[in-house]
Design a protein around this ligand. Structure first.
Ligand SMILES: NC(=O)N[C@@H](CC(=O)O)C(=O)O
Ligand SMILES: [Zn+2]
Ligand SMILES: [Zn+2]
Length: 341
């Protein structure tokens, strides 16, 4: 196949950052994505509706296309059920995000114990606001490669059991354990999968030299987990959908003795997913994953126009501008086989 037309996709998990970076991140995200779930882990985080609406306007000011940001509240130990009701009433906030405190980039104000947000989760269940989850435990005694599995076993399984009416997205899943958990849960539990977790495993990051641009959280796992993610994404199951977790950090913050977590893929998101699906012989399943399953899960309409991917290899630049700095994208200096027309 050399040409593939699909319903316009959406990105159900992206980091657009703020300030001087917005012009660059919004341009990349808005090239062909119809909508994007915009992560709230700014400094300071988006913890209330007023901040979410102000952030929405800042994003829109940089968008020359119909690109529509879908806003997310950042849950803390102090979030109130009233804030959830205000968020829902705004019409712009569609979800709230659980970051276990300390689990990832800018998560210090996150939730220290899910018991602290049970009243909030109840309100979300009643209001129909989705719960998005960074699914990793933060216990320093737990091996970093086990943190997603243990989170599912010890925390998420209980939340799912206690709130059967709450729609939950386990974000950026990285393990066979997560695939199995989501598959065995009810229709109210789904998951996003990144392009980089489909294309790479921890060997790409660590064998033959350490490659900091592959370092993201949850961390790339072994090949058997990558295979489970590929099988899930291309299975046709409605539970799995596109969320790039494109998470830019300036080049010097990545290429450092203690580098930041996050990989940039918004320059070529659909193109990278197409490669992964093609390698599996499952390009016919890309449209459901990229354009149908996300809106269906969120209860939003599918986009009505299309985008076309063509087989036209191109070389990715060594870096892209990011505010006054630069970001090194996934596949920098190398070739990608597909291009969106
Ligand atoms: N994925 C990452 O490694 N980093 C994200 C945060 C996140 O999504 O966990 C970021 O904001 O940089
Ligand atoms: Zn995360
Ligand atoms: Zn993320």
């Amino acid at each position: 196949m050399t040409k593939l037309t699909l319903t316009r996709p959406d990105d159900w998990h992206i980091h657009l950052r703020d300030g001087v970076s917005l012009a660059d991140t919004v341009r990349d995200a808005g090239r062909y994505m119809g909508r994007a779930i915009v992560m709230p882990n700014l400094v300071p985080p988006i913890t209330n509706t007023e901040a979410a609406l102000a952030y929405y306007e800042r994003i829109k000011a940089h968008s020359s296309t119909a690109f529509e940001p879908l806003m997310v509240l950042y849950l803390t130990d102090k979030t109130s059920p009233d804030e959830i009701r205000a968020a829902k009433a705004s019409g712009k906030v569609v979800a709230a995000k659980l970051y276990p405190a300390g689990a990832t980039t800018n998560s210090d104000s996150g939730v220290t114990d899910v018991a602290n947000i049970y009243g909030v989760l109840k309100a979300m269940e009643e209001e129909g606001l989705l719960l998005l989850v960074h699914g990793e435990v933060t216990d320093s005694a737990i091996d970093i490669f086990d943190r997603e599995r243990i989170f599912i076993e010890n925390i998420l399984s209980k939340v799912v059991a206690d709130f059967p009416g709450l729609k939950i997205v386990l974000e950026h899943i990285t393990t066979k354990d997560a695939v199995d958990f989501v598959m065995s849960a009810g229709d109210n539990v789904g998951a996003t999968i990144t392009a980089h977790h489909l294309l790479y495993n921890r060997n790409h990051m660590l064998a033959g030299g350490i490659r900091p641009h592959f370092y993201c959280l949850p961390i790339l796992k072994r090949n058997t987990h990558q295979q489970a993610l590929l099988a899930a994404a291309t299975s046709g199951s409605k539970k799995f959908f596109l969320g790039t977790d494109s998470a830019p950090h300036a080049k010097d913050k990545k290429e450092a003795a203690c580098g930041c977590a996050g990989s940039y893929t918004a320059h070529a998101a659909l193109e990278l997913y197409a490669e992964a699906f093609e390698a599996e012989g499952k390009l016919d399943k890309l449209e459901a994953f990229a354009s149908f399953n996300g809106p269906d899960f969120y209860g939003l309409p599918r986009n009505s126009d299309t985008v076309t991917l063509v087989k036209a290899p191109w070389q990715v630049p060594e870096s892209y501008p990011l505010g006054g700095a630069t970001v090194v994208p996934i596949r920098a200096g190398e070739t990608i086989g597909w291009k969106v027309e």
